[in-house]
Write a protein that binds this ligand. Structure first.
Ligand code: WT7
Length: 654
């Protein structure tokens, strides 16, 4: 991105120093950067030693066949033992592992590490009874209930790679994932709770298993969650409570090679056929545990941690299941949505459990901004000490809102950049070290080498823009795309030589801090200038009447593309009453912030935006609308009626 006039957002002057008490007692200090710089592999070998190995590794990285990495290759360990048993053996069996909060308000369950050990052992014995062996793939299609965690850890315990499919995905999406991974067993439930009502899941499994390519599924293990009637296929379907509850609660974990596959997770992707991202054992657990300890400053004896993601996404894998449990954390697991039965539900949960570390996504923060400051103000949020953000660039104003209204103007915010492919956090502030900057993920973590390069692979600085790349292998990196090494090479390693191409646009400011600018596919070209959708969106969100914005480039005969913005106004603004005057005000606001070139040609106030189920805006669909085209594939949308609503608002809509 070359346009100098768009450097304004990089002139963010606000800085927030770490609180003195947090800095004084921080798990990780500035020294870690120096140590890792002096000896990167030695640094990671030291982090690996925080795990409990059956056979300690003597090798760190084998990069003899790049970009196919092996980390700690001669070591052996069991992931479930590390996440569960070793805490019990260390005398922490009575510590709460999971505070489960179901969507129905009185539906809660407290699970200690000792109980988790029994539940995971029983589930491991049950899977073994179903004939699941090390290396066999198991698909998991469950709501956010404790059994999802038990099932993942049981698979890890017996060396059966899991493929978790988000419970909101359709039968088609599930069938495609079962087929690609050639799963032998599917673990599901009769249903879950969504917005106050039971919502069935099992019918989607039944339908998926009628599709060609899924014939190798022998059994469906079904958790009873809602108690609603469910169709049953004798001989194939098995109730969890009938099979698992009767098993022995003792199970001896077997040690697996550090490079044994741990899971496959399909990227939600806004384009193309989903990619089965493969993660393995030792390096993945090393980096998820380290980053969770470093970025959240986790103190397992006193902290209560809550990551609001779904276990169906990588955030749930790395920062609900593997990282926190490897560290012996106490955490909240919540089944429902933020606004059921009321828009203060999350803050009520923070207050109830005394949550200290909260990890959520910008899309949720912007929704809360829209609902209004008075809602979180009703709850006691004083227990919070670190707030995290992940999933998209966080607009500076959303960052400030989060810090002020949720963090009491006190807590550091860690804006964590990473991907399904990276397995764990890569670029982020450290809460006890970094003076944070609203909107910037800032610098690579200790032991991570990442930078921004231009089209010619030259490193940029001083406000220069280009592409985020990772320049050295890292322990939790994807090992390949399941069954498709060539696609792994083409997608990530062919754009630049010896550098991992993340697919994100980025800039580096004069302090050397990194700003993420969205997926490169989303960058707009207006009269010869590359303009980032993220920057225009952030400029819009910095206006007091705007809660959320999505910007796309629409084909334009004069300017190649013209900027079209869809905006959600804050709760107290009346779009009808304000009319054209507001649109003009917003266009001028963007021009003032970013320069006239970035002024949107059209601005359309809307009630909702189309999002993928992981909360990312589907700009592709908005482009279809802006260009008056028939809509493309809407199957990954959370709510397909959103698009009809948006289209009906357009001038000249049919
Ligand atoms: C893409 C990866 C990482 C877990 C959730 C998403 C975007 C993620 C940030 C951030 C700016 C971010 C990137 C990335 N992204 N975190 N802090 N700042 N952008 O995992 O579905 O694999 O998506 O999410 O575009 O490439 P994912």
């Amino acid at each position: 991105m070359s346009n100098e006039s768009l450097a304004n957002l990089l002139k963010e002057e606000r800085r927030f120093e770490p609180p003195a008490d947090l800095a004084a007692a921080a798990n990780v200090t500035a020294e870690a950067y120096e140590q890792a710089k002096a000896d990167r592999l030695g640094f990671w070998a030291e982090q690996a030693r925080q795990l409990t190995w059956a056979t300690e590794p003597t090798q760190t990285l084998d990069w003899s066949n790049p970009p196919f990495a092996k980390w700690f290759a001669d070591g052996k360990l069991n992931v479930a033992y590390n996440c569960v048993d070793r805490h019990v053996e260390a005398g922490h069996g009575d510590r709460v592992a999971i505070h489960f909060e179901g969507e129905p308000a009185d539906d809660t369950r407290t699970i200690t590490y000792a109980e988790l050990q029994r539940e995971v052992s029983k589930a491991a014995n049950a899977l073994t009874e179903l004939g699941v062996r090390a290396g066999d793939r198991v698909a998991i299609y469950l709501p956010m209930i404790p059994e999802a965690v038990f099932a993942m850890l049981a698979c890890a315990r017996i060396g059966a790679p899991h493929s978790v499919v988000f419970g909101g995905f359709s039968a088609d999406a599930l069938a495609a994932r079962i087929e690609d991974a050639d799963a032998r067993v599917v673990i599901t439930s009769d249903g879950g709770y969504r917005r106050g009502k039971p919502s069935a899941l099992k019918p989607a499994v039944d339908e998926a298993l009628t599709r060609p390519g899924t014939e190798n599924v022998r059994n469906v293990l079904v958790v009873r969650r809602t108690g609603e009637d469910t169709a049953w296929t004798e001989g194939r379907d098995v109730w969890w409570h009938e099979l698992v509850d009767g098993q022995s609660d003792r199970h001896t974990p077997e040690a697996f090679d550090a490079e044994h596959p741990l899971f496959i997770l399909y990227t939600s992707g806004t384009t193309g056929k989903p990619k089965g991202i493969l993660h393995t054992t030792g390096g993945y657990l090393t980096q998820t545990a380290y980053t969770h300890r470093a970025v959240f400053d986790l103190k397992p004896e006193t902290d209560v941690y809550w990551c609001t993601a779904d276990v169906g996404w990588v955030t749930g894998h790395s920062y609900i299941v593997y990282g926190p449990l490897a560290n012996g954390a106490t955490e909240v697991l919540y089944e429902g949505t933020p606004d059921t039965p009321h828009q203060g539900r999350w803050w009520e949960i923070v207050q109830k459990y005394g949550v200290t570390l909260l990890y959520t996504a910008p899309t949720a923060i912007r929704a809360c901004m829209k609902w209004g400051d008075d809602i979180p103000a009703k709850f006691d949020l004083s227990s919070l000490r670190v707030l995290g953000s992940v999933g998209e660039p966080i607009n500076p104003e959303a960052w400030i809102w989060y810090r002020k209204n949720i963090g009491g103007d006190r807590t550091p915010i860690v804006d964590t950049w990473w991907q399904t492919e990276t397995g764990a956090i890569m670029v982020s502030p450290l809460p006890g070290v970094t003076a944070t900057k609203p909107g910037s993920a800032q610098i690579p973590l200790p032991g991570i080498s990442a930078t921004v390069v231009d089209d010619e692979a030259k490193e940029v600085g001083n406000g220069g823009g280009g592409y985020l790349v990772v320049t050295e292998p890292w322990p939790s990196m994807l090992r390949t795309i399941w069954g498709d090494d060539q696609r792994y090479l083409d997608t990530y390693w062919s754009r630049f030589e010896n550098r991992y191409f993340a697919g994100d646009g980025a800039k580096k400011d004069t302090d050397g801090d990194i700003w993420l600018l969205g997926r490169v596919d989303d960058v707009m070209l207006v009269s010869g200038h590359n303009i980032s959708t993220t920057e225009v969106e952030s400029a819009l969100v910095s206006h007091p009447k705007v809660a959320e914005a999505a910007v796309v480039g629409a084909t334009d005969p004069q300017t190649t593309q013209s900027i079209v913005a869809f905006v959600i106004l804050r709760g107290n603004v009346d779009a009808e009453a304000e009319g054209e005057a507001l649109v003009t005000e917003l266009r001028n606001h963007v021009a003032k912030h970013l320069g006239p070139i970035a002024k949107p040609k059209r601005i359309l106030p809307v009630a909702e935006l189309p999002k993928t189920r992981s909360g990312k805006i589907m700009r592709r669909l908005l482009r279809d609308v802006a260009e008056n085209r028939a809509l493309g594939d809407v199957t990954t949308l959370t709510d397909s009626s959103v698009m009809e609503l948006i289209q009906s608002k357009l001038p000249g809509a049919s």
